[in-house]
Design a binder for this molecule. Structure first.
Ligand SMILES: *Cc1c(COP(=O)(O)O)cnc(C)c1O
Length: 364
């Protein structure tokens, strides 16, 4: 008998979400973001499954791109952070690479490689990232024209000018609209393809849907919006599941778990579930964080351990060792769980660790 803990990854739901987002994008080309192991869903499996439907795949850094290339992915791979050091341009990836250049040293280094190596330009392209207000990465927007002139050796008709929105998922829309306008008023003059939207931008702002959109979290069935502020219906791709490995009844007044942080206010039935913070479930999840068991929500009680969680199942009519427990997924929205834990669906999904097996449900 082995541990029943696993993440079910529903590839049919992934495709149905992607279809909805593609139709929302209204003809924009699609960059599918598969960084961070496809947000925990498995980069190679996700990329393989969707590559024929999208134009570009995106990862954060070179090693993530090489993993896909080695696995036989052929769609161009956009490296969102560009190179961290110049030597990365020496990589001989089978798959075409697109480097997002955000700093002037990267422009210089890229230009030098183009000049010194004729083969380089056949397998590599560059997109240019501009800072239109997020102030995290990007070339200065007010130098856009000058940079395109100084580095014209880099620029061709496939060079995309990119920016990233700081507030596309915030309830108040004015800040995102102002940022989109600021970028467009400068970038449109260059007559090159543009890319602004992430998932939230694609869902909410027509002006952010330019030649390309970048889709991440929404493909995986979570949205960047708050639960009560959710403009579209998506299906959970990841369902994180485990099972009850032990059950006991404790008297009123007894405590559960490390530090005895939770005490039973009545005689209580406690279920121990085979998953813990080493699997990526956050240790700081508080008492009353929900899970799903036998058709009902059950509250977490006591501290999260390395390999185990404890839930109060007193209110379940039937419960037995071996019963399945869903931590989030089809029956319990990840954003709902995230809200209890004081985080977002992105963080819960990306942190599920390697020791949790992924089981892939077929595309059709
Ligand atoms: C991760 C990332 C995205 C995807 O964002 P979502 O909110 O998951 O859609 C888009 N663009 C950049 C630059 C990113 O780093």
């Amino acid at each position: 008998m082995s541990r029943k803990t696993l993440a079910n990854i529903d590839l049919k739901a992934l495709h149905e979400n992607l279809d909805i987002l593609i139709s929302l994008a209204q003809g924009s080309k699609i960059v599918a973001v598969v960084k961070a192991n496809a947000y925990g869903n498995g980069a190679v499996e996700v990329a393989r499954s969707i590559e024929s439907k999208v134009d570009v795949l995106a990862v954060a850094f070179l090693e993530e791109a090489l993993e896909l290339s080695t696995a036989g992915i052929t769609k161009p791979i956009l490296i969102l952070q560009g190179p961290h050091e110049e030597g990365e341009f020496e990589q001989k990836s089978q798959t075409p690479l697109i480097w997002m250049l955000h700093s002037e040293w990267q422009l210089k280094a890229y230009q030098k490689h183009l000049q010194n190596n004729a083969a380089f330009s056949q397998r590599n392209n560059a997109w240019l990232k501009f800072d239109s207000g997020m102030h995290r990465l990007g070339l200065p927007l007010n130098q856009l024209q000058d940079l395109l002139t100084s580095y014209k050796a880099i620029v061709n008709s496939n060079t995309v000018l990119v920016t990233h929105l700081a507030n596309a998922d915030e309830p108040r829309q004015g800040d995102a609209i102002a940022q989109i306008d600021r970028f467009l008023s400068t970038a449109q003059k260059a007559n090159l393809p543009l890319c602004i939207a992430n998932s939230a931008g694609n869902i909410r702002f027509a002006q952010a849907r330019q030649d390309y959109v970048r889709l991440g979290i929404a493909m995986y069935g979570s949205t960047p919006f708050q639960a009560n502020d959710n403009p579209i219906d998506l299906q959970a791709v990841m369902s994180l599941e485990s099972s009850i490995m032990s059950l006991r009844t404790i008297p009123k007044g007894d405590a559960v778990g490390y530090g005895s942080t939770w005490r039973a206010a009545r005689e209580s039935k406690i279920a121990t579930v085979a998953l813990g913070y080493a699997d990526g479930y956050p240790r700081h999840a508080p008492t009353s964080t929900p899970a799903w068991c036998n058709g009902r929500r059950i509250p977490l009680v006591g501290r999260v351990s390395m390999d185990m969680l404890t839930f109060d199942v007193t209110d379940l009519e039937e419960v037995a060792v071996g019963d399945s427990v869903q931590l989030w997924g089809k029956d319990l929205a990840i954003n709902d769980v995230a809200e209890h834990i004081g985080t977002i669906g992105y963080e819960l999904m990306t942190r599920i660790s390697q020791r949790v097996p992924r089981r892939y449900l077929p595309e059709a």
